[in-house]
Design a protein around this ligand. Structure first.
Ligand SMILES: Nc1ncnc2c1ncn2[C@@H]1O[C@H](COP(=O)(O)OP(=O)(O)OP(=O)(O)O)[C@@H](O)[C@H]1O
Length: 210
């Protein structure tokens, strides 16, 4: 489902980051761990096609993503990968419902109102669908960003520090949702984090060396 092979990225002549080969099977849950500066963000950007490697290849669902044009990569990402960040990146001028419908059309998928309603219900946030992001709490925003990430039933969910700005109760709730949503959608889950609370819940870890 994910395979990285001989992967390297150079920001400049002095700095060449190499990533150990890694294979992830569909449905597995992994942490990505490493000290500050070890290359976690760089690797996440390589896995999501936001950066092209200087050497090596990334395969997602057997597709060599580094070979895709930018437009094809945008569609591929929208259809196969759900992204969740520390803070929700929603479009402020659109309601919760409109943000989710947009995620479907940006991925080139037909608009499916029922799927959007189902996801909002499963995340217990359906009563906020007509609200704008500015009208939601931090925990609610994080749930909407999970909803947006899973709405297209991606086979891969990637979360970058999803809990670090949350208190214990909200961190546990967000983690529960990520794990349940990944299981319900049979998605692979990959979480990059420093957060010890997450490390207690997920066994497999890809550790970057600095
Ligand atoms: N745009 C850039 N130009 C030059 N060097 C960069 C750039 N972005 C990152 N780097 C360097 O690449 C290395 C890896 O950075 P990266 O952001 O991937 O690490 P990280 O593990 O995500 O760190 P953190 O946990 O602090 O976010 C670091 O040495 C960093 O200084």
């Amino acid at each position: 489902m994910i395979k990285i092979q001989s992967l390297q990225y150079s920001y400049n002549k002095e700095l060449n980051l190499s990533f150990r080969d890694w294979t992830v099977t569909q449905g597995e849950q992994w942490l990505m761990l490493g000290e500050s500066g070890s290359g976690k963000t760089t690797l996440l950007h390589l896995l999501t096609g936001l950066l092209k490697p200087s050497h090596g290849e990334v395969y997602i669902n057997q597709t060599a993503i580094c070979q895709l044009s930018n437009t094809k990569m945008d569609h591929f990402r929208g259809a196969h990968i759900g992204l969740i960040f520390q803070r929700a990146h929603l479009i402020k001028s659109l309601t919760v419902l409109q943000n989710l419908l947009l995620a479907q059309s940006l991925a080139g998928l037909p608009v499916n109102n029922k799927r959007v309603e189902d996801v909002l219900n499963s995340l217990n946030i359906a009563d906020k669908k007509a609200n704008y992001p500015s009208q939601l709490s931090q925990g609610q925003l994080q749930r909407v960003s999970i909803a947006r990430a899973v709405v297209n039933k991606p086979s891969l969910l990637i979360a970058d520090e999803p809990t670090s700005s949350l208190d214990d109760r909200n961190a546990r709730a967000v983690l529960d949702l990520l794990i349940t949503q990944a299981e319900q959608n049979n998605a692979t889950l990959l979480i990059a984090t420093h957060d010890k609370r997450v490390q207690e819940r997920i066994e497999r870890a890809y550790i970057l060396q600095s």
